[in-house]
Design a protein. Structure first.
Lengths: 234, 384
């Protein structure tokens, strides 16, 4: 806007001001603009937006929202040491670690690492689900407890199961599984494949499970962390 | 349009009767909204009663809504127009009326400030573990479906679709060439459970992975809970399916996929507001009075780094001492994880000073008006 134009606008406003209010000149525009503003206010949270952000490396992180129902996120996901001879696979749905273990005669086993908030549906139901996958019957808690070995990994209570399909099963299969319980989530490490290969890899599997390290979480011997609280709560 | 014709135009809306009706309706709205707040929580009550044009009655068994009472926006808008119209058509600009004019200008400013707040206010939270750094805050109420294009070496492009737009059966055109999002299923609030916990295999659910499914649960209105939506979506490129995913905000794990050769991520998560600066939690303190569990002090020592402003400094956030940075205010709001996690409330409200100015004007207007009456009354008594 040039200086003469600006002067003429100011003169116009002064003239309108002398006559009455500047609002006189707005006429019915003012209510219309007001209603349009209110309408915008009512729906401005429903727009699709596109924006750019600096690169962030969150491919395997367990970042969680600020949702009060969700457990607070650890600073880092658990770390572990991969045994020699295991090759990493691309991460897929839900997996925080994924490996392939090659055996003789082109056989291979699959290793997955997953983690879920809380107790992830309960220990019994998860172990029974693994049992069903190798055609073993589901068991009650007392009987199940006799099938697993308990140990502690980096302070986290851990159980390890070695499951094999029964003799004469149509397709022989086996599962080596470990369930590690940290304060806010349950970690599942599972190796599945042919029984012979899993037998040969059992030591590697146990080494892998024992290499787990949870840098920022406290383990379930301590009271579980409460949900995020307001500082106004008494 | 001349001044007198505008005044004529405004006269019907300048009616004092309209003012009284609006104020009565507003009182009723506040009363009913406050009562309903017990059932639906403060936030939902604000949305339904005050940040709405009408209160609606839902016809049972249908999605048809019938408006039955004006909402806060309608009443506030009509009152504002009514007040402005009254000035235009009735009031005269004289010294005698200066007090009323300032008082009403304060009221107009207050109402306009509320509109600006509704339009531009942003409320979010940063939840940080000790040592953790974030360059974004998250909405405590809203979720988003984020599709992240990671093909560029130095930055990612985020397409953010509000979770409220995820309505079953809808196809949403994304503002990026050729991409469309088809919503196959949508739950406003969902619980994550083990597949074994499903009442029956055919019970409606979304399979998130081998060990988790999402099932719809009723919306929550509790103050200390949030709704965590879940949805099944299909991404289409030029009408061809790129992939289908079941996603849940309760487990915001990004899923990797490719469009052609370009790597992408998709995730349903609390809505994020990215900032040009990052905040690191260096230390959180929860001090108690000696020998008791009564809280004495909550404080977060944070490091603020803003490369664009050459800023790199420590700040201590505690009660009544928020961190003011850029156009944001960061308050200490919560804590958790055995005092190792802090929650900072992030407020952005460009009109936060308006209510103070408006109330100051209204007080000044009242003072002038009553002062003038007092002076003339005293003068009359002196003369008598």
């Amino acid at each position: 806007m040039s200086f003469p134009q600006l002067c003429s606008v100011i003169k116009g406003l002064v003239r309108l001001g002398r006559r009455g209010f500047c609002l006189h000149s707005l006429g019915p525009v003012a209510p219309a603009a007001l209603l349009a503003g209110l309408a915008l206010a009512a729906c401005h949270n429903e727009n699709i937006s596109v924006y750019r952000i600096p690169k962030e490396n969150n491919q395997v992180s367990m970042e969680n929202g600020s949702g009060n129902l969700a457990p607070p996120p650890p600073t880092n996901p658990a770390s572990w040491t991969k045994p020699d001879g295991w090759s990493e696979k691309p991460l897929s749905e839900m997996r925080l670690g994924s490996f392939e273990v090659a055996g003789a005669n082109g056989e291979s086993a699959d290793v997955s690492v997953t983690a879920f908030p809380g107790d992830a549906g309960g220990l019994d139901s998860n172990i029974n689900r693994w049992r069903e996958q190798v055609h073993q019957p589901a068991l009650e808690t007392e009987q199940l407890a006799q099938t697993w070995k308990e140990e502690t990994v980096d302070g986290a209570p851990t159980i390890v199961v070695d499951l094999q399909s029964p003799d004469g099963a149509e397709k022989a299969g086996a599962i080596l599984g470990a369930v590690l319980r940290t304060a806010d989530r349950t970690w599942f490490v599972k190796m599945s494949g042919p029984p012979d290969l899993l037998k040969a890899q059992k030591d590697n599997f146990l080494h892998f499970v024992r290499s787990f390290h949870f840098p920022s979480t406290e383990h379930s011997q301590e009271p579980p962390p409460s949900q995020v609280k307001s500082t106004n709560d008494r | 349009m001349t001044g007198s014709s505008v005044a004529r135009f405004f006269k019907p809306v300048a009616s004092l009767r309209l003012t009284i009706i609006c104020l009565a309706c507003a009182m009723f709205l506040v009363f009913v909204g406050t009562l309903d707040q017990v059932q639906i929580g403060v936030y939902e009550a604000q949305l339904r009663y005050f940040k709405s044009f009408f209160l609606y009655f839902n016809l049972p068994g249908s999605n048809f809504r019938i408006p039955y009472f004006p909402g806060g926006y309608t009443l506030g808008g009509v009152l504002l127009i009514n007040l402005i119209a009254a000035h235009v058509s009735r009031f005269k600009l004289t010294w005698k009326k200066a007090g009323i004019l300032i008082l009403h200008s304060g009221l107009i400013l207050l109402l306009i400030g509320q509109i600006v707040t509704s339009l531009f206010e942003e409320e979010s939270q940063i939840q940080l573990d000790q040592g953790q750094t974030k360059n974004y805050s998250e909405s405590p109420y809203f979720d988003e479906l984020a599709i992240v294009d990671q093909s560029k070496p130095d930055s990612d492009e985020v397409i953010s679709v509000p979770a409220g737009r995820l309505v079953k059966g809808q196809t949403i055109s994304l503002p990026v060439a050729g991409l469309q999002l088809q919503v196959d299923e949508s739950f406003e609030n969902a619980a994550l459970i083990n597949p074994n916990q499903l009442p029956s295999p055919t019970y409606p659910h979304l399979r998130l992975g081998p060990m988790a499914v999402a099932v719809a649960i009723p919306k929550t209105y509790k103050q200390d809970e949030r709704n965590q939506p879940a949805a099944a979506v299909t991404l289409l490129k030029e009408g061809q399916s790129v992939g289908s995913w079941a996603l849940a905000s309760g487990f915001p794990q990004p899923v990797q996929f490719k469009v052609g050769a370009d790597p992408y991520q998709i995730v349903l998560r609390p809505k994020r507001y990215y900032r040009p600066f990052s905040i690191t939690l260096e230390d959180f303190r929860h001090d108690r009075y000696a020998g008791t569990e009564i809280a004495k002090n909550f404080s977060s020592k944070v490091r603020l780094v803003d490369p664009s402003a050459h800023e790199n400094r420590e700040a201590l956030i505690y009660m009544n001492h928020p961190l003011w940075y850029s156009d944001l205010i960061l308050y200490q709001a919560g804590f958790g994880n055995n005092d190792k996690t802090t929650v900072l409330q992030v407020m952005k409200n460009p009109s936060r000073l308006v209510p103070y100015i408006a109330c100051g004007m209204m007080a000044l207007g009242l003072l002038i008006q009553f002062g003038m009456h007092l002076v003339s009354f005293v003068r009359k008594r002196v003369i008598a």
